[in-house]
Design a protein around this ligand. Structure first.
Ligand code: HPA
Length: 276
């Protein structure tokens, strides 16, 4: 897509016409996690459908606003609701907002979502700090991107998740006595949930949690040089041989119950991040 750069510029001009705020931290809130965006001070709320070239959310559990404002004295841009490959969008389309937030000024991206737990020791409601990922989505959002203004063609993915931010999140979680685990996230396309054999397979290849987002956003975040912290709420635990049929309602409900803890954690991380 040759005109991606122009599409980003068009979105930026619209947003700059709405607010002069220059965010330095970007936030993405997924399933059941839109609540923190409601706590942003002096918010400028821009519905996605008003922003040129933004996709439209098609998932009911996700609201669709870009919210700019302040958390803990920092200027943030928050995506209240995100886009997924399973909605039919391409990797380039689902990640356009990341590139837009980068051009608005962010240098750090904090990503929150719900995921299925794969480790027998995980409990529903646990918060997992993502330390690595496996891309099983059958898509890479950088495919076909040759515009060097957007980033280099072959970015390293050796340490996509910022070690310092993980340490900061761990420290805060301990201080706040919020239960957390660390692990590897595997991204799948969805929207169907995993079979028991697929679950056995993704456990064997080293994954601790499975979800349908995050991976494209992280790849593009690395491509445009962002420091990334990703956290998931374990909304269900998948054990082959003992797998109930999860429903979206149950996943959203479980994620929403643990959301206040994750929101408290994110709020403090935002407050305490060292500016670059
Ligand atoms: N599988 C894939 N994505 C998910 C799950 C799951 O079990 N739970 C929440 N998102």
């Amino acid at each position: 897509m040759n005109d991606l750069y122009d599409k980003i510029e068009e979105a930026i001009s619209y947003i700059r016409g709405r607010t002069g705020l220059k965010p330095d931290i970007g936030l993405i809130f997924g399933t059941g996690l839109g609540g923190l965006a409601d706590r942003i001070e002096s918010p400028v709320i821009i519905p996605y459908e008003e922003i040129p070239n933004f996709p439209r959310p098609t998932v009911m559990s996700h609201r669709g606003n870009l919210v700019l404002g302040a958390i803990g004295g920092r200027t943030v841009a928050a995506m209240q609701g995100r886009f997924h490959l399973y909605e039919g969008y391409s990797g380039v389309e689902v990640t356009l907002p990341i590139r837009v937030m980068k051009r608005l000024g962010i240098s750090v991206l904090i990503i929150a979502s719900a995921a299925g737990g794969l480790s027998p020791s995980f409990r529903i409601g646990d918060i997992m700090l993502v330390v690595d990922h496996i891309n099983l989505m059958g898509e890479n959002p950088l495919r076909g991107i040759i515009d060097e203004r957007l980033g280099q063609r072959f970015p390293s993915m050796v340490t996509p998740y910022d070690r310092e931010l993980i340490r900061l999140a761990e420290k805060i979680a301990r201080e706040e006595t919020i239960n957390f685990v660390k692990g590897t996230y595997v991204g799948v396309m969805g929207p169907s949930l995993e079979t028991q054999s697929e679950t056995r397979f993704i456990r064997q290849i080293g994954a601790d949690a499975v979800g349908m987002s995050t991976v494209p956003e992280v790849i593009v975040g690395i491509h445009c040089n962002l420091r990334i912290l990703a956290m998931v709420i374990i909304s269900n635990v998948n054990m082959p041989g003992d797998m109930p049929k999860h429903t979206l309602e149950e996943i959203v409900e479980n994620a929403s119950r643990a959301a206040p803890y994750l929101e408290r954690l994110i709020e403090r991380v935002v407050r305490e991040i060292n500016p670059i």
